[in-house]
Design a binder for this molecule. Structure first.
Ligand SMILES: Cc1ncc(C[n+]2csc(CCOP(=O)(O)OP(=O)(O)O)c2C)c(N)n1
Ligand code: SF4
Ligand SMILES: [Mg+2]
Length: 282
């Protein structure tokens, strides 16, 4: 496939200046690189919720599943368990994965399902024209909160660390080379990989100036340390003036949730672990 072939003919309806373009472009570069390394494009599957982010399924010439709002993770999990040879990539919205689909996200991380979640975290319900989401900053004025929200935002990175994700990172749509390296690393990670992508929504939550003053690239911490990761993930609480670290925050290897070769769902590589725990109790 050439670069042209990856992008479909479907008319693009994202607003001018939307950060989704940067994510799409980044993904295209990663796909092309993977293809150059021998990955067949047919082995890539995109799974999306419903929202502006989800249109990415239409904009790529790849196998994809445009699911229901909030159901990105269970569908992706089913696809991965049914065919482990596929590389499953969830493009989820912050409303999609952190509100209606929150329990699915937590359990996919807890099980360490071998897939990648790219959270298009524009911190607003974009498609439905500007209501607040779990990551909207306190005071956010939108269609449903004209006087500003009174809720503190959720920190998706700390949530994912607490849930058992084995790859946790933060990207930003105006730092594309870094985003590309994070996506590539996430796709090659064995286990549940989560990238919170701070995505500019040009129409309803344009936080470009706010981000540009605060973002910096993380360097030098021990990405295998859960304690360091928790601290780094909490440095910025999604509304304050604190610096915003971008990059890989945490990565470790762990048993993944997979069918056994006999196609029995469950146990898989966890069998030894489970037996060890049971033995130690007797
Ligand atoms: C089951 C269900 N609940 C709610 C909706 C309405 N709905 C469609 S898109 C959307 C918000 C999307 O926000 P987000 O997931 O953040 O994606 P974005 O548009 O910002 O990319 C909502 C609430 C729906 N279509 N289906
Ligand atoms: S509403 Fe926001 S997220 Fe949706 S296409 Fe427009 S700029 Fe992008
Ligand atoms: Mg959103």
């Amino acid at each position: 496939m050439t670069s042209r072939d990856f992008i479909s003919e479907v008319q693009n309806t994202w607003c001018p200046g939307c950060g989704n373009f940067a994510i799409q472009h980044t993904m295209k570069k990663v796909f092309m690189e993977l293809e150059g390394e021998g990955v067949v494009p047919e082995s890539l599957v995109l799974v999306t919720g419903i929202g502006c982010h989800a249109k990415i399924a239409d904009y790529f010439n790849l196998n994809s599943f445009y699911t229901l709002h909030g159901r990105t993770l269970p569908v992706a999990t089913g696809i991965k368990l049914a065919n482990r040879d596929l590389t499953v990539i969830c493009h989820a919205g912050d409303g999609d994965a952190l509100a209606e689909g929150l329990d699915h996200l937590i359990f996919a991380a807890k099980r360490n399902i071998d897939l990648t979640v790219i959270l298009h975290d524009n911190r607003v319900y974009g498609l439905t024209t500007g209501q607040y989401t779990p990551t909207s900053p306190i005071g956010f004025k939108g269609r449903s909160t004209p006087h500003g929200t009174t809720e503190f935002p959720l920190n998706p990175l700390r949530l994912m660390l607490a849930s058992g994700a084995t790859f946790v990172a933060r990207g930003y749509t105006r730092r594309m080379p870094l985003l590309k390296s994070l996506v590539k690393a996430a796709l090659t990670h064995r286990g549940f990989a989560f990238i919170d992508v701070l995505q500019v929504c040009a129409s309803y939550a344009n936080l470009t100036d706010y981000y540009e003053k605060r973002v910096y690239e993380l360097k030098g911490h021990d990405t295998g340390s859960y304690e360091d990761a928790t601290m780094i993930a909490g440095e910025w609480d999604y509304y304050s003036d604190s610096p915003i670290g971008l990059g890989l925050i945490y990565q470790k290897e762990g048993p993944i949730y997979e069918p056994t070769p006999e196609k029995e769902v469950l146990w898989g590589s966890r069998k030894d672990l489970v037996m060890h725990v049971l033995d130690s109790r007797t």
